[in-house]
Design a protein around this ligand. Structure first.
Ligand code: TEU
Ligand code: CA
Length: 538
């Protein structure tokens, strides 16, 4: 029925945060050989593509998103041979591997920056952004985006930490060096990239145009022509500042510049608008639903979307949008609502066993640079300790970076050595070994959901219609493809509720998190109930 479909549209992508996935040599730090040892666990889940957060040489100021050498593996993760072995083993299992490409900035320990710093006339001076005077642009992590450098008495620009100087993409020599590096990795056999904050590379800082700047399309085109064109790869651009419409444009056409984009329209809905991520606001479900509706409609039959609720920067979904009290139910509900939509599904490590967020007692236990910086900044602003910690409990990036909970052994089977970031004490109850054996486990449910998605083209191609739009506690929509219709429903309530499905003529439940509930026109559903129901009506 349908034309040729790119493999990455049908793929399920699993994100690995290497520091926290599996330690293989008992130093308390996750590594490449640890990942290789867990590939069968991923294959069994139904994963097609693994996205690896950065493993390049790095001083780890921002956990590897500060790269000192793009063509070396950091020793804490292993060697280049380990990496080649991992790629081989992934391919052996019929999966693919994409790497994280952080090219908006480097580490301050990158040779380019070390040279750039030495003098105003160094050939690499212009690889970075230097000015005599700072502007009022702020860093994403808080504070100014400018740091003064004594040696040459100028300021350099960094949108993230001061150890992550921004590259000057307007320099053509720099661009050529980056493209050569990218081609080296692609020639080595990797299957594509996730491109970190790639919406920022076209910026004009003097005009204060950062995301989606005036040169973005040109540089993406050049990158595509020089590196991606003609290769059987997938690319996903992380574009936190890009509009839905622009994300659709960049992924459209016969030869799209990027396979898909992470756009963030749904991510900031639990923040006070304009106040940044630490100013909390309860989620308004209607707003949440309408945001997804807009995305689904914008991408329908033009461009391609990615489906994600969490990653290594975002809090755990169960603790953020679901309920720790109804942990398994809400984990399944959120997955069903998200992966029932059109787009490529992303699973962030631990989501598939319903891992939760964390509340460490003291700021000293946290490791994330953003969390540590914001703690100081909010203190200086006069925030109360308890309010700061409340925001950190909700939003800290360390929520999703704690070690993977494999079993109930000490340190959750992640390592035998004390891990770099503490394990969540709830690992005694929440761990993969237990979840996989549990008939009601989250992992078996994910397996089933992924299988159903792959077997039914309606998920790939069907259109999207939001129903029960004004309902404050139910997220429900209908997908239609040819003569087939499915209704996806998820309750965001910790109470029972009665719903009337008679207008939709329910026929059959394909998947649900509560088998005790029979299909009827009028049903009483349990807290965080979810189901995919084939229907005949509307
Ligand atoms: O993140 C980019 C980004 O803008 C956010 O996701 C940001 O990290 C978060 O909102 C802070 O609150 C990417 C990476 O995913 C992130 O881990 C890096 O720290 C950042 O770029 C810099 O490389
Ligand atoms: Ca290790």
């Amino acid at each position: 029925m349908e034309k040729d479909i790119n493999w990455w549209k049908k793929a399920v992508v699993y994100q690995i945060y290497p520091l926290s996935f599996q330690d293989s040599n008992d130093d308390g730090i996750g590594d490449i050989n640890g990942i290789t040892s867990r590939l069968d666990y991923l294959k069994k889940l139904g994963v097609d593509v693994i996205w690896l957060s950065p493993v390049y040489r790095s001083p780890m100021d921002d956990n590897g998103y500060d790269i000192a050498n793009y063509l070396e593996i950091d020793p804490i993760f292993g060697t280049m041979d380990d990496m080649k072995h991992l790629i081989h083993e992934v391919h052996q299992r019929g999966m693919r591997l994409i790497m994280d490409l952080v090219i908006n900035h480097t580490s301050d320990e990158h040779d380019w920056f070390k040279e750039s710093k030495t003098s105003l006339h160094n050939p690499k001076r212009d690889y970075y952004i230097w000015r005599d005077q700072p502007s009022d642009i702020g860093s994403v992590f808080g504070g100014s985006a400018w740091t003064y450098d004594e040696q040459t008495k100028q300021y350099y620009f960094h949108l993230f930490s001061q150890r992550q100087p921004d590259l000057n993409w307007q320099n053509p020599h720099l661009r050529q060096e980056i493209y050569a590096m990218i081609n080296t990795w692609l020639d080595m056999g990797i299957d594509g990239f996730r491109l970190d904050v790639i919406d920022l590379i076209g910026k004009d800082i003097d005009e204060k145009k950062l995301s989606d700047g005036p040169y973005l399309n040109d540089y993406l085109q050049e990158l595509y022509d020089t590196c991606f064109k003609g290769r059987d790869i997938m690319t996903v651009g992380e574009m936190p500042g890009l509009s839905i419409k622009r994300a659709q444009e960049l992924t459209s056409g016969d030869d799209p510049l990027l396979s898909m984009i992470f756009q963030f329209a749904h991510i900031s809905l639990d923040e006070v608008p304009g106040e940044g991520k630490w100013a909390l606001k309860p989620l308004n479900l209607v707003e949440f639903k309408e945001t997804f509706e807009k995305v689904q409609h914008t991408f329908y039959q033009k461009g391609w979307n990615s489906l994600f609720l969490s990653n290594h920067d975002q809090p755990r979904v169960v603790s953020r949008y679901g309920s720790e009290l109804f942990r398994k139910e809400s984990a399944k509900m959120l997955a069903t609502i998200l992966y029932g939509m059109q787009g490529t599904p992303y699973v962030y490590q631990g989501e598939e066993i319903g891992m939760t967020g964390v509340k460490f007692k003291s700021i000293d236990v946290y490791k994330d640079i953003e969390t540590k910086q914001i703690y100081q900044i909010l203190k200086e602003k006069g925030w109360q300790e308890k309010d700061i910690m409340a925001s950190i409990y909700m939003k800290s990036r360390d929520n999703s970076r704690t070690p993977f909970q494999w079993n109930e052994e000490k340190y959750a089977g992640f390592s035998t050595h004390e891990p770099w970031l503490s394990v969540i004490p709830n690992y005694h109850d929440i761990h993969a070994e237990k979840d996989l054996q549990d008939a009601d486990g989250v992992y078996p449910y994910y397996q089933h959901l992924i299988k159903i998605r792959k077997e039914n083209e309606i998920f790939l191609h069907g259109d999207f219609k939001l129903i029960l739009r004004d309902h404050q506690k139910i997220f429900s929509y209908i997908r239609t493809y040819g003569h087939q219709k499915i209704l996806v429903i998820g309750s965001f309530s910790d109470q029972k509720m009665t719903i009337d499905l008679s207008p939709y003529q329910p026929i059959k439940i394909w998947l649900t998190n509560d088998h005790t509930i029979q299909l009827h026109d009028v049903m009483t559903i349990s807290p965080y109930y979810t189901a995919i129901i084939e229907i005949g009506g509307k």
